[in-house]
Design a protein. Structure first.
Length: 1073
């Protein structure tokens, strides 16, 4: 695009330019990746811009959508400088310094803070925390009590002296003149953070900090947004962070969540991470030379994580923000939802049809359709009468199935509505700039919004949830719209005069067509507040505009077309910018209510010649001038709404149900994963969105939320049978697997197409078969922060070919998924990291990948996609049934994937299966019987005969009991003895073994031994041996490199341990233990 000229503005420029000599900006004074403050006007040319002493650079970021930033901007490359007057060290390995401003920059962004206090503290040996504060005045800081984090609560690891010989010890250096920080990893000396030579800017509403990047680093994070790739292109484009009701249909736009952290992966496989603990709106800018943060307020509170592996970085990161919650077992089943179910009876048909089709259905969800005029905690008396809803949930529970309803933050303003009356009486609503409850408009109509930063809101919320649960015993809660979404724009709103006495009846969600006034149209009169003080005026019009919506939209708005303003008049340009006529605006977009669907879904190109015009084409969030009861402004605290709400909701659900809570939240921020699951939101039923869902869900895991997913088969638009079949095959291994679609989309339950039903049966059969493994992986995420669904480089960081692979993914460290993402394809190319990989569909389909990985073309018929298990791993499996309850009640089978023959004469595989009752509240200390450790060793003797040994022991952690790498000296050890008061762990029996990669014949003999503590005393070290010889005929060796030992049915008793040996009769002897 080129700037459109405006004759009057151009004439004024000529007059000014001939009156005053203005220096031309030199290139070294201009940073095209730096903050761009507008220095031009509509119609300015490059020559005119440079003659003003300003910088010129067209906004063209490689492989990136258009970003509406000024082409003509003020000089921005001058370094701001602080110097350290004194640097003091403490005995914990930290340092403190007082900083004085030496050189200020860019006064157009506000005055610089003249004195700063800086501190560097060690958080363990592998994490450093840098804080920069105004030395004279307190500023906004993120309230750390919201996080489930010992470190942020001040009770985490503290340093008292040197770290010792740890390979991940971090070293740092503070340079005083000018002040900068360098952080390196001891051992390899790798640079993790280096602000030397970079600008440090600290103003009231603009903070800037940068670090130098290594040329080969691949960056991840800075989410949430939909992108063409999981990694961040280092192209200088700003990645804005500001939560908004924008789904993944709009590429690279800031969306529902904000997570100001970046993980860096170096070519040698080492990794590092940087977290900026800030809730203010910001841009994160990755470029070839540096990584920059530009923040609109608060302080600098930065954590540097040393790794050195990606998994270590995730462990360090989630130690700060809070470990992911362990979800209830049932949430790993298949979930079904749709916005637009016409009645409870239609929902019953859905449940019955799943059963008739032989498809699993774990949980039935219902959207806002069930509510009376979309009001929380109510039921539509006609289509979803409470008695029928109760009967539905009772039947679901009788069949081992679950029910999850939806709740929105907006409480309708309606006297006599209990939720509204109680919240108003208790003064629980977010306040507007005048101190009254803020009035917005969402699905129910005029609404106020609960203030979850107010402690007493928790009691109210629990009471409302408890009353609702007493009526309808739901199993989890789905929170939507909590960015917060608001269909109106304005600091102050009121009902229109014609509707003051009566709110217009909104069209039913089950009526055909959109009607004259769709429910997302604002029916309020809203305006900007006047008479603001200087602080409020700064919030309303900050000196630096982040790239909100890639269009520098005001923070009270969201990018992306919502036809609200078009209903109010159609012609927009003259309303916001005298320099742009209404007819020019008509060239951008014009629509009527009949065009709402296409305009609402289709991206609108921002006009770089008039960024203000884009503001009237946008939907909205709450006013940044709103305030919370703790005194915080929405300007500072906006990003925290989802964290505060999920924290309160998880506590309430746990208290009400006395079980592990399950919360699904559309919005997210740092730490939300400790309380809730998250999904990518309102995606579209397209092949492009299918492919992008992989990066979207992977990114959810990378921000510390283990339970993530995308709407399978697509939310908006109409899916096709082929797309849906491919999507369910992929989505069967999202951590959260749910089909969900829009009000105006066609139905897409899996049973509606024969080919989709078959793909669903096969994919979900594998998912349910692997439930013990999936649940164990979720426990690992809870304990260590390791993402459940993860990119290949998380497990294989040294495989450089996988660093930018976002078309495959792993679930845990043993399962590789290779989806089909192209319409019409019946094969797919996959990359296999080093090692041996066995197909879950056919054990003879084996890939032996080289040291640098191997690319293989794989068959992928419509009914299935390739799933492979990694050699050297043992995973738990179960016989799949229709529900997780019934599947979990069955026996356990261990799937052993042996490494390739090239690994030596002795090959070993190991694995851990975690087990509990699947629903009890997770305790801080695991039971000594929670973890089943399995190790298989296969040996080839001098005559070429193969024999094998399986050893099983129980423990309370991921480490083998007794600390041995191989458990020969650990069977029946002390850690296998339960402590007094521990509840029994409901371990199933061991049904058998399936050994992939077995190249011998059927073993002639199989012998087992079970070891149990002798005596009744707790903690006894004695053991008794029970001989459990297997019956003949239970071993089957077929031609597919698979050895099955079935119908074993050995009890798995804890405390105790188990050993199984097999092979030639002469070698199947008991070994000494």
């Amino acid at each position: 695009m080129m700037y459109r000229s405006h004759p009057m503005a151009t004439g004024l420029l000529v007059m000014l330019a001939t009156s005053f000599p203005i220096p031309v900006a030199a290139d070294q004074e201009c940073d095209w990746t730096g903050p761009r403050v507008d220095c031009g006007y509509v119609g300015i040319t490059e020559g005119e811009c440079r003659n003003k002493g300003c910088c010129w650079n067209p906004a063209d970021f490689q492989d990136f959508p258009y970003v509406d930033v000024p082409w003509c901007f003020t000089q921005n490359a001058h370094p701001a400088e602080y110097e350290a007057a004194k640097i003091q060290e403490d005995n914990g390995g930290g340092s403190y310094a007082e900083l004085a401003l030496v050189k200020s920059v860019q006064p157009e962004l506000g005055p610089d803070v003249t004195k700063l206090s800086a501190s560097v503290r060690r958080v363990g040996c592998d994490t450093l925390r840098l804080t920069l504060r105004d030395a004279d005045e307190a500023r906004w800081e993120v309230p750390t009590h919201l996080f489930k984090s010992d470190i942020l609560a001040g009770s985490g690891p503290s340093m008292n002296g040197a770290c010792g010989g740890s390979a991940t010890t971090l070293e740092y250096n503070l340079l005083p003149h000018p002040f900068s920080l360098t952080v390196t990893r001891s051992g390899d000396g790798a640079s993790l953070f280096n602000s030397t030579g970079q600008r440090l800017v600290f103003k009231d509403q603009y903070l800037e900090l940068s670090t130098v990047l290594s040329p080969g680093a691949t960056l991840f994070g800075a989410g949430e947004r939909v992108s063409r790739s999981l990694h961040l292109a280092r192209n200088g484009a700003p990645r804005p962070l500001w939560n908004r009701d924008i789904g993944p249909a709009l590429e690279e736009q800031n969306s529902y969540g904000s997570h100001p952290w970046v993980l860096g992966l170096e070519p040698d496989g080492t990794a590092w991470g940087i977290l900026l603990l800030s809730s203010n709106a910001m841009d994160i800018i990755p470029s070839e030379e540096k990584l920059s943060w530009r923040v609109t307020g608060g302080i600098i509170d930065m954590f540097v994580f040393g790794g050195p592996t990606p998994l270590a970085v995730m462990e360090q990161f989630t130690a700060v923000i809070g470990r992911p919650a362990l979800v209830p077992y049932w949430t790993l089943g298949w979930h079904q939802c749709k916005y637009g179910y016409a009645s409870v009876w239609e929902v019953r048909e859905v449940v019955a049809n799943y059963s008739a089709a032989g498809l699993p259905l774990e949980a039935q969800w219902i959207d806002i359709d069930q509510m009376d005029h979309w009001m929380d905690f109510t039921f539509d008396p006609v289509d979803f009468p409470v008695e029928e809803m109760q009967a539905l949930v009772e039947d679901l529970h009788a069949n081992g199935q679950k029910f999850v309803p939806i709740l929105d933050p907006g409480i309708k303003v309606e006297p006599g509505y209990h939720a509204y009356d109680e919240a108003l009486k208790r003064d629980l609503f977010v306040r507007n700039v005048e101190g009254d409850p803020y009035l917005g408009w969402v699905w129910p109509g005029p609404c106020h919004f609960l203030d979850y930063l107010l402690p007493r809101t928790a009691a109210y919320w629990e009471e409302e949830l408890a009353a609702h649960h007493n009526i309808l015993p739901w199993d989890g809660i789905w929170i939507d719209m909590n960015e917060i979404s608001n269909f109106c724009t304005g600091d102050l709103c009121r009902l229109k005069p014609e509707t003051e006495s009566e709110v217009p009846t909104l069209p039913s969600s089950r009526q055909e067509g959109l009607g004259k006034d769709p429910q997302w149209v604002c029916h309020l009169e809203c305006w900007e507040a006047q008479g603001l003080n200087s602080t409020q005026a700064g919030w309303a019009h900050p000196p630096y505009d982040i790239a909100n919506g890639l269009a520098r939209s005001p923070l009270g708005y969201k990018a992306g077309p919502s036809c609200y303003s078009l209903w109010e008049g159609g012609r927009l340009g003259s309303q916001s910018s005298p320099s742009l006529s209404a007819c020019l605006m008509e060239e951008v977009v014009c629509c009527s209510s009949k065009q709402v669907t296409s305009v609402f879904l289709a991206p609108v190109s921002a006009t770089h010649f008039n960024p203000i015009s884009m503001r009237l084409l946008t939907g909205q969030v709450m006013s940044v001038l709103n305030s919370h009861h703790d005194g915080s402004s929405e300007y500072n605290a906006h990003q925290l709404y989802s964290l505060a709400q999920t924290r309160v909701t998880a506590a309430a659900v746990e208290s009400i149900r006395r079980k592990r809570p399950f919360i699904l939240s559309r919005s997210s921020y740092l730490g939300v994963g400790a309380y809730a699951a998250h999904w990518t939101g309102d995606n579209v039923a397209t092949w492009d969105q299918l492919a992008k869902s992989i990066a979207g869900v992977l990114n959810i895991g990378l921000v510390g939320i283990a339970m993530g997913g995308a709407d399978i088969c697509g939310f908006q638009g109409n899916t096709t049978s082929e797309l849906c079949a491919r999507w369910v095959s992929l989505g069967a291994f999202y951590p959260f697997a749910r089909s969900h679609s829009d009000l105006h989309s066609t139905r897409q339950e899996l049973y509606l197409w024969p080919e989709v039903a078959e793909a669903g049966r096969q994919a979900l059969s594998q998912r349910y078969r692997l439930l013990p493994y999936l649940y164990s992986t979720m426990r690992a995420a809870h304990d260590t922060g390791a993402p459940a669904m993860r990119p290949l480089w998380m497990t294989f960081p040294e495989d450089v070919a996988g660093h930018r692979n976002d078309r495959q993914f792993m679930f845990g460290d043993a399962l590789l998924v290779t989806p089909v993402l192209t319409q019409g394809a019946r094969s797919v190319e996959g990359h296999f990291p080093p090692g041996t990989w066995y197909s879950l569909w056919n054990a003879s389909d084996v890939v032996h990948a080289r040291a640098n990985g191997t690319d293989v073309t794989l068959d992928a018929p419509l009914e299935r996609i390739p799933y492979h298990v990694r050699g050297g791993r043992i995973i738990g499996t179960a016989e799949p049934r229709r529900t997780t309850r019934d599947t979990k009640a069955g026996a356990l089978t261990l799937l052993v994937a042996l490494p390739g023959e090239g690994s030596g004469a002795e090959r070993s595989a190991h694995g851990v299966v975690y087990n509990d009752d699947g629903e009890s509240v997770v305790q801080a200390r695991a039971s000594p019987c929670s973890f089943l450790h399995a190790n298989v060793t296969v040996r080839r003797d001098g005559q070429g005969s193969l024999s094998g040994t399986l050893k099983i022991a129980f423990g309370s952690s991921w480490a083998w009991p007794g600390g041995a790498r191989y458990p020969d000296d650990a069977l029946g050890g002390a850690e296998s003895v339960a402590a007094d008061g521990d509840p029994p762990i409901p371990w199933p029996s061991l049904a058998g073994l399936r050994i992939l990669g077995w190249e011998g014949g059927a073993p002639e003999a199989v012998r087992t031994r079970s070891f149990r503590p002798s005596g009744e005393a707790s903690g006894s070290q004695g053991r008794s041996v029970v001989d459990l010889n297997l019956a003949e005929g239970t071993r089957v060796k077929d031609s597919t490199l698979l050895l099955s030992m079935e119908s074993v049915e050995l009890p798995l008793d804890c405390p105790g341990s188990l050993e199984i040996e097999w092979g030639p009769r002469k070698t199947a002897q008991y070994s000494d233990v």
